[in-house]
Write a protein that binds this ligand. Structure first.
Ligand code: A3P
Length: 287
């Protein structure tokens, strides 16, 4: 099916209709944040599910109950998805934990006024592309990617769900509320998960012992999360996520783009990246 059939355009950005009926977008527009809310913000395929495991475990200081009994999408719900309307979020105790894929410019009025905490997770866009290419092939509510060349053209011009990776990252890097935003990359988490857990905990205002930090990091490895049915999306019916085609927790590595891209595709990607990111001062781990 085509973009016109599967996507809605909101503030100039494609969103899958299946997840975002108009009421859910209105819900977020009218949402009231609390100053101590913690929102993990990501461009899709940058490590959202991973954070939905790590952050609740830090909050509970290593108590496993929530990750063993509550699916990731209710544990740390996406504010812009329809489920957020069903969860009585105003009755959750502080600090509430949320996720969002929205661009900075798409956040609602209350966000800018109340300034909740944000953990912004970035990933090498070539790996985001690769993960997204496989994901679009298995999720029924997304437009099929076509060939790598076809998907590359759409991805680089932002004609995919959630729009341009470049605009997403630049928007959040330029966020006004700098003291309230923590920037971390998927690759840093791959390199040293223990250290990443401890930095995230500090940002959340939690002081964890070395033992608890390690316990959380061990629980959040790719291998361990793949076995957790509350986090591996096995609860989602096959008609929606066909994990026989591609698993949601697919490879969990940095650099898988090398297995997908030809030399020419890499050069095309790099040229667009260089142009679009030329004014960005932030030093990415993959540069
Ligand atoms: P791959 O498709 O490259 O394997 P999101 O949750 O934002 O949709 O991102 C999904 C990507 O994060 C997938 O990447 C998935 O495998 C990866 N991921 C999820 N949990 C992970 C973990 N514990 N360790 C490493 N990668 C993880």
């Amino acid at each position: 099916m085509s973009e016109a059939e599967l996507y809605t355009e909101y503030k100039g950005i494609y969103l899958p209709k299946h997840l975002h009926p108009p009421e859910s977008l209105k819900f977020l527009e009218e949402f009231t944040f609390r100053h101590d809310d913690i929102i993990v913000v990501t461009y899709p395929k940058s490590g959202t599910t991973w954070m939905q495991e790590i952050v609740p475990l830090i909050q509970s200081e290593g108590d496993m109950a929530s990750v063993l009994t509550i699916p990731n999408w209710d544990r740390m719900p996406w504010l812009e998805e329809y489920r957020a309307m069903l969860l009585n979020l105003d009755q959750r105790p502080s600090p509430r934990l949320f996720a969002s894929h929205f661009h900075y410019s798409m956040m609602p009025e209350s966000f800018f006024r109340v300034k909740p905490k944000v953990i912004y997770v970035m990933r090498n866009p070539k790996d985001v592309f690769t993960s997204s290419f496989h994901f679009c092939g298995m999720a029924s509510f997304l437009v099929k990617p076509g060939t790598v060349d076809e998907f590359l053209e759409k991805f680089l011009s932002g004609k995919v769900m959630l729009g341009s990776w470049f605009d997403h990252v630049k928007g959040w890097l330029n966020a006004e509320e700098q003291g309230r935003v923590m920037y971390i990359s998927y690759e840093e988490m791959i390199l040293d998960l223990n250290d990443s857990v401890s930095r995230i905990a500090r940002f959340m205002g939690k002081s964890l012992s070395e033992e608890v930090t390690k316990k959380i990091a061990d629980r959040c490895t790719f291998k361990s999360m793949k076995q957790n049915k509350m986090s591996n999306y096995s609860l989602v019916p096959q008609e929606v996520f066909d994990q026989k085609k591609s698993e949601f927790l697919r490879k969990g590595i940095a650099g898988d783009w090398k297995n997908l891209f030809t030399e020419t595709q890499m050069e095309t990607f790099d040229a667009v990246y260089k142009e679009k990111m030329k004014e960005v001062k932030f030093r990415f781990i993959w540069d």
